[in-house]
Design a protein around this ligand. Structure first.
Ligand code: ATP
Ligand code: MG
Length: 427
């Protein structure tokens, strides 16, 4: 029979790697909690209309990357390609933004995009996203960036990531700029790549984001968005820059940074690394003051970012920043033989787990000879084996064997086991 395979670009997370993910998620959760952010969870499936209305019809995501299908009731559903739209939908539906409330939220979960799978680019990938609603001033933009900078520091990757920063101004400023940009690009229409030609009418700003080298060459002489900025956006950007400087976070201005999604305004930023090849953006975000209203809410300013968990894990591995201690190796492996011993070992193991909550104890299940059990004990990576057979049960003792050192085997009374393990088994 042919074996059933997973879907291309959708990976299993195997035990060898799950410790790294847990480590990363624990650090992120901790840092976010320290900044006053709370977790929110929302469904993977949403009405297709949510993403069309927020991300915009003429984007890569909506045009060609969404997993969209009709359910049994003939309703068009989409597996979320990103979290921001879902987060806004959930906030509006549950009244979290009523009365101009401020919300600081984060989420973690799988996203789905039909892309060409490669290193750091998957069809099911994971994002940790952070959003703040209700604050229009640049201090919260700066806070977002400080959160990420602190994360890189805790993860030990600060020296290998750089912050790229830009502002895309108000909708009005962008409209003025758009006119100037289209006028310029029309003169070079024939040299543009196909996607960019198509975007000329629908979404010319996205041409700045084009990955085509010939298009990028033409853009070298194009008018700059910076020259069209409105006062409010300029001041906002100056404030953000001075807050970052005061906090000692360095950045480079990238005037071509526009973000793939249409709902941004003012601040946009990306953290990039040169250690992951073409998939070098590990975190991207910005301000999206128009989105809440666009999705039917009362206008509310907002800013957020999302980081790619797979890319972050790849980077930690690439830089050898995976802590050795995250491996979930047992401290103790419990070897058991004999009918009576099995029952006693079962009770004893539970008792030890209650009395020493930090102890990682693996009890052998499934029987087998002492020899085969010792092989498994050794393979488990545990430092110590506890051994009992029916004789030990009768005498009320347990044998202790060190698996990674030459210390001689020892026999101790069962009622002294807890104290002994606290002293000898861990670390
Ligand atoms: P890219 O230009 O690489 O396609 P994007 O602009 O589409 O990125 P965003 O929508 O801003 O990406 O998503 C935020 C982050 O999520 C990215 O910076 C990246 O780290 C991660 N990410 C996005 N798409 C994928 C994917 N297909 N596979 C793995 N990670 C991804
Ligand atoms: Mg993309």
């Amino acid at each position: 029979m042919t074996k059933i395979q997973s879907i291309r670009g959708m990976n299993d997370l195997l035990p060898a790697n799950s410790g790294l993910w847990q480590y990363l998620e624990a650090i992120v959760g901790d840092v976010l909690t320290r900044y006053g952010y709370q977790e929110i969870r929302f469904p993977i499936l949403e009405q297709t209309e949510l993403f069309k209305r927020s991300i915009g019809e003429v984007t890569d995501i909506v045009e060609k990357e969404m997993y969209t299908f009709k359910d049994r009731n003939d309703e068009s559903l989409t597996m979320r390609p990103e979290g921001t739209a879902c987060c806004v939908r959930a906030c509006l539906q549950n009244g979290l933004l009523d009365n101009q409330q401020v919300q600081r939220l984060w989420y973690n979960g799988p996203m789905f995009r039909y892309e060409r799978p490669q290193k750091g680019r998957l069809r099911q990938f994971h994002q940790i996203g952070v959003e703040s609603f209700g604050v229009a001033t640049a201090d919260v933009d700066a806070e977002m960036i400080l959160i990420t900078a602190r994360l890189w520091k805790q993860l030990g990757i600060s020296e290998h990531v750089t912050l790229e920063l830009n502002t895309i101004g108000s909708p009005q400023a962008r409209a003025n700029y758009r006119t100037a940009l289209v006028e310029y690009l029309q003169q070079h229409f024939e040299q543009l790549d196909e996607d960019s030609q198509r975007r000329m009418d629908s979404n010319p700003l996205r041409i700045l984001d084009s990955k085509s080298a010939s298009t990028q060459a033409i853009l070298d002489q194009a008018p700059s968005l910076m020259d069209y900025l409105d006062n409010d956006s300029s001041e906002h950007f100056e404030m953000l820059k001075s807050l970052l400087e005061a906090a000692g976070v360095s950045y480079t201005i990238n005037p071509r940074l526009v973000r793939g999604l249409d709902y941004y305004s003012k601040t946009v930023f990306e953290w990039v690394t040169d250690k992951l090849g073409a998939q070098g953006t590990i975190c991207a975000g910005g301000r999206y003051d128009g989105l809440v209203e666009q999705l039917g809410g009362k206008p509310a300013p907002a800013v957020g970012f999302a980081m790619g968990v797979e890319r972050l894990c790849l980077l930690l591995q690439e830089l050898d920043k995976v802590p050795a201690a995250i491996k979930t190796v047992p401290d103790v492996y419990f070897v058991v033989s004999g009918e009576q011993a099995k029952t006693v070992a079962f009770q004893l193991a539970e008792q030890l787990r209650s009395e020493i909550p930090v102890l990682k104890l693996q009890l052998h299940c499934g029987g087998g000879s002492f020899k085969s059990q010792f092989k498994k004990a050794d393979k488990s990576g545990a430092g110590m084996a506890l051994i009992i057979g029916d004789n030990e049960v009768e005498e009320g003792v347990v044998n202790i064997k060190w698996l990674r050192s030459d210390i001689e085997q020892k026999t101790i009374k069962s009622d002294q086991l807890t104290a002994f393990l606290i002293e000898h088994s861990m670390g």
